[in-house]
Design a protein around this ligand. Structure first.
Ligand code: ZN
Length: 141
């Protein structure tokens, strides 16, 4: 990866951490899943409103490092409007790419920025935390 691309990725993460998308409590939502990453102390709770098998709304709350919060923000942008099976496929693509470095995430836009963590194994759990929480939520429903 070129230095410029790395900087760009870092900017996307910092920007999403500063101004996270869809970060709010959903008072009426009873479809939530909390994820906790003890190695870093990150907590992310994902909430979804699913109607007719489509994710109509997705939001999160939580606290933690910039990567964990930016990752949740990027994920909510990507998963809203997707069907359950589309969302599970995306989650699987992202997690297998972040954990094993397999696959190309460029089709998922800014989510690519997360691939920077593959060079820092300690941070991979920060990046995948919200995705695993969303996956559990989709399986629970
Ligand atoms: Zn973290």
């Amino acid at each position: 990866m070129s230095a410029n691309l790395q900087e760009l990725y870092q900017d996307i993460i910092l920007e999403h951490n500063r101004n996270p998308h869809n970060k709010h409590k959903s008072p009426d939502c009873n479809n939530c899943h909390e994820g906790y990453n003890p190695s870093c102390g990150d907590v992310v709770t994902i909430c979804m409103v699913i109607e007719d098998n489509v994710i109509k709304d997705i939001s999160f709350t939580g606290e933690g490092c910039a990567i964990s919060q930016a990752s949740a923000s990027l994920m909510t942008d990507l998963l809203v409007g997707k069907t359950r099976s589309e969302a599970l496929k995306i989650i699987n693509d992202v997690c297998s790419s972040l954990c094993g470095g397999n696959g190309d995430l460029s089709k998922y836009g800014d989510v690519c920025a997360l691939t920077g963590v593959t060079k820092f194994p300690m941070r991979i759990k920060c990046a995948t935390l919200s995705w695993h929480a969303a996956e559990s939520l989709l399986h629970e429903e």
